[in-house]
Design a protein around this ligand. Sequence first.
Ligand code: CUA
Length: 173
Amino acid sequence: MEIHRFEKLWLGASLLLIVALIATIVYGAVGPGVAMVDDSGGTVDPSDLTASDNFREPGVYEADDGGYDVYVRAYQFAFEPGSNSPIRVPADTEVTFYVTSGDVTHGFNLAGTNVNTMVIPGQVAEITVTFDEPGTHYIVCNEYCGAAHHTMRGTVEVVPRDQFDQQSSEVNN
Ligand code: CUA
């Protein structure tokens, strides 16, 4: 069977397009580090978050592996910590956020980063991130959660690692 030269060209070009399309989808799915939030964070009793050791005193805790764990309680209409006092974490360090809610569904989005999850009552959302640079990120609730939803926000302050170590040793001494 004789295939015309231009037919071959078109065939090749369309095959290339298909390969390029699949490549962009694969890159978009795994390349920029975007992942689905799964149920690895576990659950807590939404009617009494203080029944859970981790959420009795939400805050920033040093983890065994040298990283930091941040426990955050979301409620109508604030993040604790985050809204009344900023969450301070070090740069260049693995930080894992555990976020839960005791009332309604909220959102936890760090503006300017790919940290973004739904916060479901009783369900602990777990997100691990390493901030490359010091700076301030706003926490935004991006799920409609009631009349003052638009006021629900907080702050994460990423400070240089040495500065953070210094501050935590000052607190401890
Ligand atoms: Cu919380 Cu919107």
